[in-house]
Design a protein around this ligand. Structure first.
Ligand code: ADP
Ligand code: MG
Ligand code: MG
Length: 980
């Protein structure tokens, strides 16, 4: 065992005053280099550190100036225990996989010379060992921990378990990423009936000592011994005893209890422990320590942690580390305190020191809500010296980490101690503002800024929001009904409508409506359009409701299984609530929360500027948003288009930066009033002649739609898909509607019935749909092509801007299908051009959405002038999973790790992706320069976009409100591939 050179500096007071060890930065850098295993000084990609790398990091530390480690210099297998303290540390911030996030950053802060109480971290390798060896520790661990503990004792000048002047420690858990569900921290460990007296004497403050003991017994019993409230309707037994004590003593503040009161409480707490566990509270400090360490490792496999890992794709093999840290006390009197803070505002990103603290309090008090904490800015009045040092420290930390920091600190008798730092969590607003500000401050490059913002968080900047005060009030009043999938971000408040008809009727009266459905289908479209928000009880993130809502930019909460929706009674029940049609309801599609009653909303800053032409205010987030996305546009190679089928959607798409339309679904236009009748007439037609007549009525209506779209988009490309869904989707299925149609069309209801019956299919998604419709009824394709080309010619003539058309044939499986439809399209084009005496450029291509199409892409590309991957259908047909029914079992599949992700949300690279690769390569081999894009839902998913970039696609297409996300994700993909 090597002798610690700093055992002389035994007092905390002397160690804090000490300047950072000379060359600590250089040493950190050296250690970091060593941990990568790279010998050169050039920046290399940091290899994930392993326990072994950690050993090397330590060995790379120059002798003498180093923090002594718990072990001799000779290597004896993997290092399990890493020391840290005011003199330096074994580890550094790049060793999160060994030390956990907390341990790695504690070590880093030590190396920076910041005041951190000394301690040590037991590595994640021990956690792995523990689970691989029937919950036993490595043999050497106990000795190593003892050695590390001895070192802490020397640094602090107190001994663990010493009845005259005890060293107390905290035991803290920490995985690679911060993880709710892990064991909570235990403070003041090492107290018992003997040491508490010593603490009382040394501190000269018996009240403090007994309060510390009381807290310790409470925390230890709760988090280590698992002594919780008996049920949800019971109080925590300790909280209960504490409150009764306060009542009996007639005091309001915790701090008003006397030492004797607290002593009584400790007895009471210990009695509860004995009663509930059948064993006395452990009084041996070492037993306490190992008990807490074991509890941390066990908590890695508790239900909450497992569930959290499953949700966030964190492998169980990572394990957690345990940090043991000498206690410092924020509850020693009015010149002590504790707090948490951010170097910038985590919700707005504003550059101001932001946080809260309490004087005369210990860690958990600030968040526990027992006392109301004070804003950090007032700390200057209560602890001027610590305030100054805190400011210096956080500035140093932010510069060092080059990102916003989230810190935890304690002030002991006027002196600052740092207990934690990490890159702070933040809202989408703050993420954008901080990234751009850091570039302006020359702290990071544009590329780094682009890589720091999670593309999906941009959604938050586009959506209307609840007026913050009203939201807080609703929460306080207990109006939160349920939480479900945040399927379409934003906030909407409106009156409940249980049917699309009701939604439309109420909207026409000028009401705000939330459409509440068990699930939605295509014939709900008008109701969805009329509604401000959509709430469903069934369906996932890619359910019809979610998909359409996102395309329309509607707020949507989906899959709220707790809601009981009764269409007959027109009621919605959940818990003790029952709401009726016309009642107010408020849904937050960003958080998935549903509230009873009305909540005010306001348009987001960015949308007000982009869509409503407002001027950005001085401190509007629009400026940063705009700047970041313009950098993204410079960086990306993929083009971004939008899926849009209405002129207003197209205008929004362009405002959001879309460079074209990647998918215009013609059938969406069919549902508009005035059109659906003609569509139904066309479907009900008995002869080709009747059908042609009905289609004649549709022609001018479709033409007008296309004119609107082309005007909004020209000269940008617009991909128009010919009719795709099975015809039965356009027919009603309930009796009154069937009668109404029969009346409108002047036919017998039986005929409508018969047609509905005739069109019924066992498996409509694989039935008469897609190009099959156009093959069986060519007159449909003829009408659509005519509407498209006439509209294009009109717009070209009127606006002098030529639309760029891409006519897309869906569900092609063989080249011959495409040949037939392409011929129809080309013939109509020539007819129309001849009539109009004007030509517009156009391509005819196909969707690749069947495995056969992908596998024969080389052949199909001989006819197709472009490919667009319809990855929704391609995923359905590759997996043989219906998207509409997958919700029943996909969650189980994801839970059991059969699929890492929902394949309808994130592209399956290995299967669907392989087909896409084959199609792209073979398509381009037979037609060099073939334009390839994607128009499935995956076009708006960042990880799928990365894959599209790797495939060398020309563009991705997604809903208008996802265009900004896609621009950023495409930039990130390009930057990452450039780096590797
Ligand atoms: P969490 O992961 O929940 O933030 P921490 O391990 O950071 O848990 O502990 C929570 C709080 O407990 C810290 O912010 C700090 O206030 C307090 N704490 C932890 N260790 C110590 C210590 N050694 N001395 C004083 N307070 C501590
Ligand atoms: Mg915690
Ligand atoms: Mg913490």
């Amino acid at each position: 065992m090597s002798k610690s050179p700093q055992s002389k500096h035994a007092k905390k007071s002397s160690t804090t005053k000490m300047p950072a060890p000379k060359g600590s930065r250089a040493r950190t850098a050296a250690a970091r280099r060593a941990s990568t295993g790279a010998s050169s000084t050039t920046k290399v990609k940091r290899a994930p550190a392993t326990a072994k790398a950690g050993t090397r990091a330590k060995l790379g530390t120059p002798r003498g100036s180093s923090a002594t480690t718990a072990r001799g210099a000779k290597s004896r297998g993997p290092q399990y225990v890493y020391s840290f303290g005011p003199r330096g540390a074994d580890g550094n911030r790049d060793m999160k996989d060994v030390l956990g996030g907390k341990g790695a950053n504690l070590a880093e802060m030590c190396s920076l010379g910041l005041p951190v109480p000394p301690g040590f971290t037991i590595s994640t390798a021990v956690c792995a060992h523990y689970y691989e060896n029937e919950r036993r520790y490595p043999e050497r661990l106990q000795k190593d921990v003892e050695a590390a503990l001895a070192r802490v004792e020397r640094e602090v000048g107190k001994r663990f378990g010493d009845a005259s002047d005890p060293l107390l420690v905290s035991v803290r858990s920490g995985a690679r990423v911060s993880m709710p569900g892990m064991m909570d921290t235990v403070l003041n460990l090492g107290l018992n009936d003997a040491t508490v007296e010593g603490l009382a004497r040394v501190s000269g403050n018996p009240r403090f000592a007994w309060d510390a003991y009381r807290r310790f017994v409470n925390m230890y019993a709760d988090v280590v011994l698992g002594l919780k409230a008996k049920s949800e309707s019971h109080l925590c037994p300790f909280r209960d005893a504490f409150d009764q004590k306060k009542k009996a003593r007639g005091v309001r503040e915790d701090t008003d209890l006397t030492a004797q009161d607290l002593r009584d409480l400790v007895d009471e707490y210990k009695r509860v422990v004995r009663e509930r566990t059948g064993k006395p509270f452990p009084s041996d400090p070492r037993e306490q320590l190992w008990g807490a360490i074991g509890a941390v490792f066990r908590s890695w496999q508790n239900e909450r942690a497992i569930a959290y890992r499953a949700m966030n794709h964190i492998p169980a093999s990572w394990g957690t580390a345990v940090s043991v840290c000498a206690m410092v006390f924020g509850n020693l009197g009015p010149d002590s305190g504790t707090g948490v803070a951010f170097t910038r505002d985590p919700s707005t990103g504003e550059k101001r020191f932001y946080g809260e603290y309490l004087m005369n309090a210990q860690g958990e008090d600030v968040v526990a809500g027992i006392r109301t904490p004070h804003p950090i800015s007032t700390l200057a009045d209560n602890a001027p010296a610590a305030w100054k040092e805190l400011n210096r420290t956080v500035q140093l930390l932010e510069r060092h980490y080059r990102d916003m920091q989230d810190i935890e600190f304690t002030i002991e008798r006027g002196r600052l101690w740092m207990l934690q730092c990490r890159n702070g969590k933040r809202t989408g607003f703050a993420a954008v503002k901080i990234a751009v500000d850091l570039v302006r401050e020359k702290r990071i490059t544009r590329e780094e800024a682009l890589l720091r913002v999670d593309p999906t968080s941009l959604d938050q900047l586009l959506q209307p929001v609840f007026v913050p005060e009203e939201l807080a009030a609703a929460r306080k009043d207990g109006r939160l009904l349920t939480r479900a999938l945040n399927a379409g971000p934003g906030a909407a408040s409106g009156r409940i409508a249980f049917s699309p008809t009701e939604a439309v009727a109420r909207r026409e009266k000028g009401e705000n409506v939330v459409l509440v459905r068990i699930e939605t289908s295509p014939d709900d479209i008008l109701g969805m359009k009329a509604a401000s928000g959509i709430l469903t009880a069934r369906g996932g993130m890619t359910s019809h409701a979610a998909l359409v809502a996102r395309q329309m930019g509607k707020v949507c909460v989906a899959g709220a299984g707790e809601l009981e929706i009764d269409y007959a009674q027109r009621t919605l029940s959940v818990g003790s609530w029952t709401l009726s049609e016309g009642d107010w309801i408020s849904i937050d599609g960003s958080s998935g929360e549903v509230y009873a009653g009305k909540l005010g909303t306001q348009s987001s800053d960015v949308c007000a500027v982009l869509l409503e032409g407002a001027k950005p205010g001085v401190d509007s987030i629009y400026r940063e948003y705009h700047e970041l996305l313009s950098w993204a546009d410079d960086a990306r190679t993929l083009r971004v288009r939008a899926n849009a089928d209405q002129p207003d959607q197209c205008r929004n798409a362009v405002a959001f930066g879309a460079e074209g339309v990647g998918l215009c679904r013609t059938e969406h236009m069919f549902f508009a009033p005035g059109k659906i009748e003609a569509v139904r007439e066309m479907i009900l037609a008995e002869t080709t002649q009747e059908r042609v007549l009905a289609l004649k009525k549709l022609l001018p209506l479709q033409r007008a739609d296309f004119e609107g779209i082309f005007k909004a988009m020209a000269p940008r490309p617009v991909t128009i898909r010919s009719l795709d869904p099975p015809l039965h989707e356009f027919l009603p299925h309930d009796e009154p509607s069937i009668w109404a149609i029969a009346r409108d069309l002047n036919v017998l209801p039986e005929r409508v019935h018969a047609k509905v019956e005739a069109l019924r299919e066992q498996n409509p998604m694989l039935g008469l749909r897609g190009c099959r419709l156009g093959i069986v009824y060519p007159e449909i394709t003829i009408m659509q092509a005519r509407a498209i080309f006439e509209a294009a010619c009109n717009v070209a003539r009127d606006t002098k801007k030529k639309p760029m058309l891409e006519i897309m044939i869906p569900l092609v499986g063989t080249r011959r299908e495409l040949d037939l439809q392409a011929d129809v399209v080309r013939n109509v084009a020539e007819e129309v051009f001849a009539e109009a005496k004007i030509r517009v450029p156009f391509l005819v291509g196909t969707m690749i959405e069947l495995p056969r199409a992908a596998l024969t892409a080389g052949e199909i590309a001989k006819t197709a002038e472009f490919f667009s991957f319809g990855t929704n259908d391609l995923t359905q047909t590759t997996f043989g999973i219906s998207r509409d029914d997958g919700g029943k079992f996909l969650p189980h599949y994801i839970e059991q790790e059969i699929h890492a992700d929902d394949p309808f949300a994130t592209l399956d690279r290995d299967g669907v992706g392989r087909l896409m690769r084959i199609a792209t390569e073979e398509g381009r081999a037979s037609r060099p320069g073939l334009k390839v894009g994607i128009c499935g839902e995956h076009g708006g998913d960042p990880r799928s976009i990365t894959f599209c970039d790797e495939l060398g696609m020309d563009y991705v297409s997604c809903s208008p409100f996802r265009v900004p996300l896609a621009r950023l994700a495409a930039a990130q993909a390009a930057l990452r591939s450039r780096r590797s």
